[in-house]
Design a protein around this ligand. Structure first.
Ligand code: DLL
Length: 433
């Protein structure tokens, strides 16, 4: 049995990691200064030259890159290599404005797949596993990234992509898939469907799942683990920085190790840009240390996160990031109250509802309204109006105490909220603000 564990780098001392980062950062700053006019201009405006960057501690001297910069520079403005050296693009599903298009050289693909291979290994994967990849393939990074990682580990890779749920289940059973990679909402749906078809957790060959691309709560993790009889691992990433595998969970399930030899994370105060110490919550920022074609520097992700530099019991020394539970830009402000969709999800799951819900925000007569539509399980389903009203009241009270806000809750029949094969659409904001 072969394991793809890169012990030397994944358990390097903090001093060794800093030395690697310093060496790579100096080279990378020179690369963007020489090859990307956009960065040279930004650095000149900030009064910084490559000579000012002598160690990883000087990272904070560099200017930030934002999503607006990416939009303005679309499509080629941030290219760090001639197009003829690029071998792939991937893109976000952005619905408004221009989407993000990220470029990769073969070197960039190799390092990205390497990160995904580390994630699969941390979830217990070896060359004896059958890894079914039910993330979308195509422009979305989920399928291609984990596909490459699975090859590197030597797993038998089953590239089902998303959708066609009954065929997914057939492959899981017929090929005895042991690792499932997909979004947590699709994993929950697959679990629901398998249960409906009569499979208990012990009948399902899967042992692990690698779920990410969207926020999910601990309660949802426990539900999925119970239904599928697996251990569920979180994985994080974003197209701009490469895709899945920027960070991943280990067996301890206490935060995701950032692949710090490739990406340096920082937490900043989103209002002032000030760098915050470990343990404090703020906006997550990444610098790519060795990407060639799309070398983002101090990229503001808009994900709200916390970094933890404490040693991890798994032996890995790379810093861990907490599950990002909100974004600086998807936080809803309802009647002046900050609301994270994940808080609503927690109330629902704590009350025994599956994570099939939709949050509808509107503005009526200048007042914000919050309507949460929640699917009942088949066991709960009833046409007794009094019973439904009682159930709704329990949720209204739960939401009030979690958010400090009165919400309208509507319970709907099982399977009436549209299922997603990719990222779930949880929030519909109808306000024109
Ligand atoms: O979602 C890459 C990915 C694919 C990650 C498969 C994991 C698995 P984008 O479509 O560019 O890339 O979306 C990136 O999704 O900034 C976060 O807001 C969110 N996100 C990604 N992973 C997680 C996670 C892919 N594990 C954006 N938990 C990021 C919470 C996540 N949010």
């Amino acid at each position: 049995m072969e394991r793809y564990y890169q012990k030397e780098i994944e358990t390097a001392s903090r001093e060794e990691i800093r030395a690697i980062q310093t060496e790579k950062l100096k080279k990378q700053v020179q690369h963007v200064w020489n090859d990307v006019p956009f960065y040279r201009k930004k650095m000149e405006e900030a009064g910084v030259t490559p000579d000012d960057i002598q160690s990883i501690d000087d990272l904070c001297k560099l200017p930030f890159t934002t999503k607006d910069d990416l939009k303005e520079q679309y499509p080629y403005g941030l290219l760090g290599k001639p197009l003829k050296e690029c071998v792939r693009i991937q893109s976000t599903s952005g619905t408004t404005g221009k989407r993000v298009v990220a470029f990769y050289t073969q070197h960039d693909i190799d390092l990205w797949e390497d990160c995904c291979a580390r994630a699969i290994t941390a979830a217990g994967g070896t060359d004896e596993d059958v890894c079914q990849i039910s993330y979308g393939y195509g422009l979305f990074t989920g399928g291609p990234g984990l596909n490459g990682g699975s090859h590197k580990v030597g797993c038998l890779t089953v590239p089902t992509s998303s959708g066609n749920t009954d065929r997914q289940i057939m492959f899981i059973n017929d090929l005895q898939a042991t690792i499932l990679c997909c979004t947590p909402s699709y994993a929950a749906y697959l679990g629901e469907r398998m249960k409906e078809l009569g499979y208990g957790p012990d009948d399902i060959p899967l042992k692990a799942g690698i779920f990410g691309a969207e926020a999910w709560s601990e309660e949802m993790r426990h539900d999925i683990e119970k239904t599928l009889g697996i251990k569920a691992y979180d994985i994080y990433g974003l197209t701009e920085i490469s895709g899945p595998g920027v960070s991943f969970e280990c067996s301890q399930q206490q935060g995701m190790h950032v692949n710090e030899d490739h990406f340096v994370p920082e937490i900043i105060n989103p209002k002032t840009g000030e760098v915050l110490p470990g343990g404090e919550q703020g906006e997550l920022v990444f610098t790519c240390l060795d990407k060639e074609a799309f070398p983002l520097m101090r990229y503001r992700t808009r994900d709200i996160c916390v970094l933890n530099y404490e040693p991890c019991a798994c032996g890995r020394t790379h810093v861990r990031m907490r599950k990002p539970m909100g974004r600086t830009d998807d936080m809803l402000i309802i009647r002046g109250v900050n609301v994270f969709p994940s808080q609503i999800e927690t109330v629902l799951l704590n009350n025994g509802y599956p994570a099939n819900y939709q949050i509808i925000v509107d503005r009526v007569n200048n007042t914000d309204t919050l309507d949460v539509q929640v699917e009942m399980t088949p066991e709960m389903f009833t046409d007794n109006i009094g019973e439904i009203a009682d159930r709704q009241k329990v949720l209204v009270d739960g939401l009030k105490s979690m958010l400090g806000l009165k919400a309208k809750v509507t319970l709907v029949a099982p399977k009436t909220i549209a299922r997603s094969e990719g990222k779930a659409v949880r929030v519909i904001d109808k306000r024109k603000i």
